[in-house]
Write a protein that binds this ligand. Sequence first.
Ligand code: PMT
Length: 225
Amino acid sequence: VTAPDLAGRHVVVSAGGTREPLDPVRYLGNRSSGKQGYALAKAAAARGARVTLIEANTGLPDPAGVDLVRVGTAVQLREAVVKAAADADAVVMAAAVADFRPAAYASGKIKKTDDGGAPTIELVRNPDILAEISADRALPGQVVVGFAAETDDVLANGRVKLRRKGCDLLVVNEVGERKTFGSEENEAVVLAADGTETPVPYGPKEALAETVWDLVVPRLRGASG
Ligand code: PMT
């Protein structure tokens, strides 16, 4: 039986990968399936939380008992996260957010030209949602959790990212064949701003989700112990 240790709390979870449109048929995207974010949302609901799940392009079935908000792009995700975070006890950013978007959207399909050349796509920066909500906490004591998908120097990069983003917890997962993007399993180290590091062995994304909430609960406003 799951302990209702998130009862009376509102938590916000982002899941999936943003898509940045180039023209009516193309976008810049990433390989996030949304499974890790959905596991977090379902685990929080089972622990009694009111859950706002903001999903980008997952195609996953709607989970029972959560408020679902659908978005497409990073800018839309930012708007939805900031709105939902206004009264949230915790925000968990499991979504893979595009750091850049095309500077311009072509209203007609970008065509090949006869000279054999290829177009140059200019990019502009997207807002960094995690850094923004960490810096401007909507409520005192709001707990902010980020994820980091790294390919090399995983822990060293994670420690730098934790400080740069300013969140309370950063779940660092290494991109690999049978883990992280798209798979059912994951493996991670959860870095905390207070310096503690919690390794989570290779296993189902549901298990990592429970560990994340186990680490969030004692950090919540008014938590005992
Ligand atoms: O969806 P799945 O297939 O289950 O895969 C899960 C996952 C790999 C997507 C997930 O576990 C994960 O690691 N999510 C973060 C992916 C990522 O690449 O993050 P990042 O290192 O680019 O960004 C770090 C953090 O900042 C993330 O919490 C991200 O949501 C946030 N961010 C990033 C860029 C940006 N412009 N705004 C942000 O808020």
